[in-house]
Design a protein around this ligand. Structure first.
Ligand code: PEP
Ligand code: MG
Length: 764
């Protein structure tokens, strides 16, 4: 059953009755901090009030100034030590509290190894000490300390009360204190480099923006605790309902989190301990938002201490959940897409869904950094369509990067530089200049034909899947769309598109493409491409499971709807359709029969249909290569899906990073298979193209041309480099040199091919 909304965990049975003390003190603090007098006078009154409330003989505030902690105000220590006594971060007990960002409570402070005696303070008579960091925006700005003469044990609720006071103090002492230059924080974070994997290549520089913004808590002290409790309960209900909804529709509006994370969220959101601590915060006089922030600070502290990766992960979940709860409290569940992005933004998220990425202003978005993600993730496909560099699996990104930090995302070397120094920025500038020069050279090739030095003409088409891809045609001079992955349009929607909506969509595609041909591939769903609104059963081997044509033939309604829409949208022009994952000719025949039936139906209804129809098959399952003699007479064209063909030929999951470099498309086995396919197609007069990623990689495209292939379909970004390679190549000698090597026992011919291109001066 789903979490019980309004159930027992919702009320606050675990919250103790509100102690009047801390609440009154918070009120008093607020009055003092916004009251009359200069900053120093107000701080003096604050320490007096805290000492009285905490029944301590001493209360002192140390603030960070010029990188050291300076005694700014004290009740109980000698007055002359104010602004004289200083401690470095890490020095003495006060420095230790700042360094560790953690409270410290000692009944015998002087026996602690870190104790640093400062004679001017006269503190030798005080034995016990309790101190907490004063934090603003996640950084230490000072330390609040109380001391007692007796060797007393500070109780947990006293430490908590002090933390609450310090938090309020941190947020209320905004602006520089006397002598401070600006707001100083401890441990200005250093430059760092985080590694990840490139989900989309490219270089970019920009300012970090959190996809799910953190709420800045402005009001800490509650006027009406009862009302705050109600607000918290309502926000918790909203949060639980949102998680339940996301669980019902994973991938919908929730960042596409995996199910196990959502389950963990749901568990935490109903956890009595967590909810109880939030209520406790309110009981001490905090607003609901401030209570969430308090609990969050605690989680962060524990996260810093935890070495167990599982625990760190869970604390991370808790932090994430608290952020969501804060957004519910302030009534804004929006992502950063709803606001105005900085001019050059690098989006930072744990994960996100493809539709969410599409909501951003493309003109301002420079790159995306994810803590999770994989190359086959839908959001990565969209990033490729948008031409946005994307780095995934960047561990600790959300911990290490603050909003507003400068980032340099380097997809080529799979890393992101956080708060980079001038050397990295200079190197980045130089790399960008080189890339731009190269891009300009590619743009200059736009109108020149893709012809080899020996006069062989090659047809270059684009792979597309969203309307966003289509301007690439004009920009690159490619000759049409060789692969239109229609499932992407289905994946970025929250509901099944009607026939009318599909028709309108395909019509737009055709209109934008103009005279060029578009090869529509029917839905390739299943495997990792799931539709949020279509329930499919989990499978042990989804890539080899009930997907693509198998699904379409078993549940033909969807296929027929799509074919009907494609036929209508192509009225008066040529329609090219192909089917994915065909494993035997019978599947192609059955699918084609649906197309013919829909075309007949259209004619019967008197509707305008296409001027001609070409029907092809993807060749991406090895069995079909063995069926070619039977298949070729039936098809108008073949498109080789080398991504899947390679994974099935070598029984090697294309999404598994451990296997990513194990088998090579440039292996004699794969190249031999491709050669046989190309030969048979040529002999039957059936046009054959290749639309897997290999077509867009110059060295692999070169091998394909040497095998006799003349049609390639690739992402827009690849057209320039591939065309440059083609124009520098003399094919006959390469074909002659390659042919005997297809019989070799080598793992891959990549090195040989690379040497060859270097000797021949072929750019890759
Ligand atoms: C392929 O498998 O090579 C292909 C083009 O299809 P997809 O990448 O969409 O599976
Ligand atoms: Mg495929």
């Amino acid at each position: 059953m789903r979490a019980v909304i309004g159930g027992p965990a919702m009320s606050a049975p675990s919250a103790p009755p509100a102690p009047a003390g801390p609440r009154l003190l918070l009120r008093r603090l607020r009055e003092v901090l916004i009251g009359a007098g200069d900053a120093q006078q107000r701080l003096d009154r604050v320490v007096k009030a805290i000492a009285a409330n905490m029944v301590a003989e001493v209360c002192s505030v140390y603030m960070l100034r010029n990188g050291v902690l300076e005694l700014y105000a004290t009740e109980g220590l000698r007055a002359e030590s104010v602004h004289r006594t200083t401690l470095r971060i890490g020095e003495g007990l006060v420095g230790l509290i700042a360094q560790q960002m953690r409270p410290l409570a000692l009944s015998d402070a002087q026996s602690h190894p870190n104790f640093a005696y400062r004679p001017e303070t006269g503190e030798e008579i005080y034995h016990s000490l309790m101190g907490v960091p004063i934090v603003r925006g996640g950084r230490v700005i000072g330390v609040l300390v109380v001391q007692n003469r007796t060797r007393r044990q500070y109780a947990d609720d006293e430490i908590e009360a002090m933390q609450t006071i310090a938090m309020v103090l941190g947020e209320m002492t905004t602006g520089p204190l006397p002598g401070q230059v600006g707001g100083e924080t401890a441990g200005q974070r250093l430059s760092t480099r985080l590694a990840g994997i490139a989900l989309n290549d490219g270089m970019a520089r920009g300012v970090a923006v959190l996809h799910e913004p953190r709420v800045v808590v402005e009001r800490h002290v509650a006027d009406d605790p009862q009302a705050e409790r109600r607000r918290l309960d309502e926000a918790l209900s909203g949060l639980r309902a949102q998680i339940d909804q996301m669980l019902d529709h994973p991938g919908l509006g929730g960042g596409g989190e995996p199910r196990d994370i959502l389950e963990t969220y749901r568990m935490f959101a109903s956890d009595r301990g967590w909810v109880g601590r939030l209520h406790q915060g309110i009981a001490t006089g905090l607003t609901a938002e401030a209570a969430v922030e308090r609990v969050q600070v605690e989680a962060r502290t524990r996260m810093a201490e935890a070495s167990d990766p599982y625990l760190r992960e869970r604390l991370h979940d808790l932090e994430d959940l608290a952020n969501r709860l804060l957004r519910h409290l302030v009534g804004s569940a929006d992502t950063a897409a709803a606001g105005r992005l900085p001019n050059e933004a690098v989006l930072l998220a744990r994960n996100m869904g493809p539709a969410e990425l599409l909501e951003y202003d493309r003109g301002r978005l420079r790159a995306v950094v994810l803590e999770e993600g994989s190359t086959t993730a839908h959001v990565a496909i969209v990033a490729r369509a948008l031409g946005i560099p994307m780095l995934g699996r960047v561990k600790g990104a959300l911990e290490q990067i603050d909003p507003g930090d400068t980032l340099v995302v380097d997809g080529t070397n799979q890393q992101v530089f956080v708060r980079p120094g001038s050397d990295v920025l200079r190197a980045y500038g130089e790399r960008v200049a080189v890339l731009q020069a190269r891009q300009a050279a590619y743009s200059a090739l736009r109108d020149v034909p893709a012809v080899t030095r020996d006069g062989t003409r090659v047809s270059l088409a684009l792979n597309a899947g969203l309307l966003l891809d289509l301007p690439g045609l004009e920009a690159t001079g490619a000759e049409g769309i060789g692969l239109y992955r229609t499932e992407l349009q289905f994946m970025v929607r929250s509901g099944m598109p009607s026939i009318a909506a599909q028709t309108e969509y395909y019509r737009q595609v055709l209109e934008q493409v103009g005279e060029w041909p578009v090869t529509f591939r029917t839905l390739d769903i299943g495997g990792d491409k799931l539709l949020p609104y279509l329930a499919m059963q989990e499978e042990d081997n989804p890539a080899m499971g009930w997907r693509a044509i198998r699904f379409s033939l078993d549940r033909p309604v969807l296929l027929r709807m799509q074919l009907r829409a494609l036929l209508r949208a192509s009225a008066g022009r040529q329609l090219r359709v192909m089917f994915p994952m065909v494993a035997e000719p019978g599947e192609f025949v059955a699918a084609k029969r649906y197309l013919e039936r829909e075309a007949t139906r259209l004619r019967r209804l008197g509707e305008a249909g296409p001027s001609g129809i070409e029907v092809g098959s993807m060749l991406e399952v090895p069995s079909l290569a063995l069926h070619l003699p039977a298949l070729l007479p039936l098809v108008d064209f073949i498109s080789i899906g080398s991504n899947d063909l390679l994974q099935f030929l070598f029984a090697s999951d294309r999404g598994n990073p451990r296997l990513a470099d194990r088998y090579d498309l440039l292996s004699p086995a794969m190249l031999g298979l491709l050669r046989d396919i190309i030969r048979q197609c040529d002999a039957s007069g059936v046009p054959v193209a290749l639309c897997g990623e290999a077509a867009g990689r110059p060295i692999e495209a070169l091998a394909l041309l040497a095998l006799g292939l003349r049609r390639l379909s690739m992402p827009a970004m690849a057209v320039g480099p591939v065309k440059a390679m083609i124009r520098s190549t003399d094919l006959p000698p390469l074909a002659a040199a390659l042919a005997p090597r297809l019989a070799s026992a080598e793992r891959s011919l990549r090195d040989w091919l690379r040497d060859y291109t270097e000797r021949q001066g072929i750019p890759l």
